[in-house]
Design a binder for this molecule. Structure first.
Ligand SMILES: [Fe+2]
Ligand SMILES: [Fe+2]
Length: 171
């Protein structure tokens, strides 16, 4: 059975992963409206990934006879000045999530819930990827900040990358 304190903290993490999905979806809808469909696609895929993160915690809790209690999800911002400012927010958010995952690792050690600690190892690795991919996009966007042509090229590239990622998932 899952440790009670870990169960509670994982419930809160489900909410944070759902909020991450909300945040990326909110960004996706703005940039779609702005005509940046590739960036929008990339963010939409990112949102779907966040939902799978929430489900990993959900499944772990239920498999170990815990009980999921869903928390309210707060409203995300709905407007960004530019793709650069959105990806800056995304990076800040991912760094925050990484910190929360690390806190969860500490808790599982303290509570000697090693099965939960093993689950978190996946998230520790995933956060390295998440921060890396967001900061790579941010870097590209910063490079083309003054160039509409450059921005369209990054947009096209990001749309393509999403399709590749989704094909991988299907395999
Ligand atoms: Fe996540
Ligand atoms: Fe994330």
């Amino acid at each position: 059975m899952i440790n009670e304190k870990v169960n509670k903290a994982f419930n809160e993490q489900i909410q944070k992963e759902m909020y991450s999905a909300y945040l990326y979806l909110s960004m996706a809808t703005q940039f779609y409206a702005d005509g940046l469909e590739g960036i929008s696609q990339w963010l939409r895929s990112q949102a779907l990934e966040e939902l799978t993160h929430a489900m990993k915690f959900f499944d772990h809790i239920t498999e170990r006879d815990g009980r999921v209690e869903l928390e309210a999800i707060e409203k995300p911002p709905s407007e960004w000045d530019s793709p650069v400012s959105a990806f800056k927010d995304a990076l800040k958010h991912e760094e925050y999530i990484t910190g929360e995952i690390n806190n969860l690792v500490d808790l599982t050690e303290k509570e000697k819930d090693y099965a939960s600690k093993t689950l978190l190892q996946w998230f520790v690795d995933e956060q390295v990827e998440e921060e890396g991919s967001v900061s790579k996009v941010l870097q590209e966007l910063e490079m083309v900040k003054e160039s509409p042509h450059g921005l369209l090229m990054v947009d096209k590239e990001l749309g393509g990358r999403t399709i590749a990622a989704e094909q991988e998932e299907e395999e």
